[in-house]
Ligand binder design. Structure first.
Ligand code: SAH
Ligand code: MG
Length: 191
């Protein structure tokens, strides 16, 4: 199947697409909450965007990817699924992209250390009672044992993820629930 081909390509080329249970959780959330307009930060090769678009045929997605090789591959994959009319992909650094539209769901799945900056920039594009979902909140369990990590860079990254979790917990505008699926998912719903 086509989706499996994309999964295999990702594995071979070390592209961190969403894990199986994570993507199932996301699709389920979209279905149950009748979400129709989605903004994704971090398309990679288009896998999660395609999966989300397949939930229903009136779902529209805008997705941003800064790596031009991944962007090209995403374009090819989106075409294979004939989803060009429902998935718009922008090739740029998300911090350079200014969007006017409002979305029911914003899915943050890009540079883990930058999640807070993405959240703060793109919350302007969220519908009044919309949801921001962030992937990779657990980071392979490393967030539980920061002090035992010997690599300085890795420790710094894990500290940033933990700071993001604290930011979400303390954010009065949003109610966040953390799920231990995939690599850890945060669902932040605006009150
Ligand atoms: N959502 C995808 C996986 C994304 S992997 C899926 O599950 O199928 C994360 C991607 O975010 C990488 O391809 C990386 O190039 C991209 N990325 C990281 N920082 C970014 C930024 N500032 N702007 C745009 N894309 C970014
Ligand atoms: Mg991810």
């Amino acid at each position: 199947m086509l989706l499996e081909e994309i999964e295999n390509y990702a594995k071979l080329n070390h592209i961190p697409i969403m894990e199986k249970d994570g993507i199932m959780f996301l699709k389920d959330y979209i279905k149950k909450n009748n979400i129709k307009k989605i903004l994704e930060i971090g398309s990679a090769i288009g896998y999660s965007a395609i999966q989300m678009a397949l939930v229903d045929d009136d779902i529209y997605i805008t997705t941003i990817e800064r790596d031009s090789i991944r962007y090209e591959e995403a374009l090819r994959n989106i075409s294979k699924f004939n989803l060009n009319n429902r998935i718009e992909i922008i090739c740029d650094d998300a911090f350079n992209v200014d969007i006017e539209d409002k979305y029911d769901l914003i899915f943050i799945d890009a540079a883990k250390a930058q999640s807070r900056r993405f959240f703060e920039k793109f919350q302007e594009n969220l519908e009044k009672h919309g949801t921001i979902i962030t992937d990779n909140i657990n980071f392979h369990g490393l967030t539980n044992c920061v002090d035992t990590i010997s690599s300085r860079n890795l420790r710094s990254l894990v500290r940033k993820i933990n700071a993001y979790v604290a930011f979400l917990k303390n954010n009065a505008e949003f109610e966040t629930i953390f799920y231990d699926v995939g690599d850890g998912i945060a669902v932040s719903k605006r009150n």
